[in-house]
Design a protein around this ligand. Structure first.
Ligand SMILES: [Ca+2]
Ligand SMILES: [Ca+2]
Ligand SMILES: [Ca+2]
Length: 311
């Protein structure tokens, strides 16, 4: 009977831990081989959070119809082969209102990568997104992705006036119709490591905007987003790759700007260890609770057995 109870306790514990892991791990962190393309890292992003810190609304011009989904990041994948590194940004909806040759007109995607610990920048290089980056994950490579040949690779050592690199970079919508792929030669970006950290930002491309970001103002207009401020301090970023809840949710990160101190919102990489720490802590706490439940069940069963034996 004791053995049965022990086995029951262990399987119950195992099931609970598995359940907790799946509930607290929205971002798979697995490296795998798929054909010749090796996946370095991939993650999903919540749908319907194309609202910045939670308040942003689309511009009112019919070009932005149906006023949802166009800036909604839903997934991100980094993979490589012997020659290239591929950055795939999946969106809820891709439209090509103005027939950009790359196959998308609206999105402005910025990927900042921390490739090298202890080096890099915490600003955006060029003013436009109005965000900053966590000093311990200072970025070293920036990939700016947009239509009409505007895509560029920048390095943290570039200066603000840098024209960026176009050689070794190509951008297209994949045949599935919902993914923008940036292909970067390894000779440009380096050999990818599992330790790279990624910031993924989705904004709206504006030919007249700072660093091509369409501004987010207090009130929406035909060509500007609303739900921000007129102080030129809130992020011009509509969706980022981030956990749905917790201290580093998208809403917490993009809402962390401070008008009186003129401080931009500070972002953290989507695969930073601090997300893992949070996962580990909550798992430990809940696992202790699971052990407690299992021990109680065992005790009750053993007690019932003993009572039956006496009877
Ligand atoms: Ca999203
Ligand atoms: Ca760095
Ligand atoms: Ca998001």
């Amino acid at each position: 009977m004791k053995r049965v109870c022990l086995a029951l306790m262990l399987s119950l514990l195992q099931a609970l831990v598995l359940m907790l892991c799946s509930a607290h791990m929205p971002m798979p962190l697995l490296a795998a081989d798929v054909g010749q393309e090796r996946i370095i890292w991939e993650a999903r992003d919540p749908e319907g959070d194309d609202h910045g810190p939670g308040t942003y609304v689309y511009p009112t011009n019919p070009a932005f119809a149906p006023f949802a989904g166009i800036f909604d990041l839903t997934g991100f994948k980094v993979s490589c082969d012997d020659e290239n590194v591929y950055f795939d940004t999946e969106l809820a909806r891709i439209t090509n209102t103005w027939n950009a040759p790359e196959g998308f007109s609206h999105q402005l995607i910025n990927i900042f990568i921390d490739t090298t610990p202890g080096a890099g920048r915490t600003d955006t290089l060029k003013e436009g997104a109005l965000v900053s980056f966590m000093p311990q994950y200072a970025w070293d490579v920036k990939i700016k992705i947009m239509g009409w040949g505007g895509s560029r690779v920048y390095l943290a050592s570039d200066d603000e006036a840098s024209a960026g690199r176009t050689d070794g970079l190509s951008v297209e919508v994949l045949p599935n119709g919902d993914t923008v792929r940036a292909t970067v030669l390894r000779t440009v970006i380096g050999d990818p490591l599992d330790s790279w950290k990624y910031y993924v930002l989705v904004g709206s491309q504006d030919g007249y905007g700072l660093d091509n970001f369409r501004p987010v103002m207090g009130e929406a207009g035909p060509w500007v987003f609303g739900g921000g401020s007129d102080l030129n301090i809130n992020p011009n970023v509509i969706d980022i790759l981030a956990p749905e809840n917790g201290p580093y949710s998208q809403e917490s990160q993009l809402g962390s700007w401070n008008a009186s101190e003129r401080r931009y919102s500070m972002l953290v990489p989507a695969n930073a260890e601090l997300h893992r720490d949070r996962f580990d802590m909550s798992t430990i706490i809940l696992s202790i609770a699971a052990v407690g439940i299992a021990a109680t069940v065992t005790y009750v069963l053993l007690r019932g057995r003993r009572s039956a034996g006496k009877g």
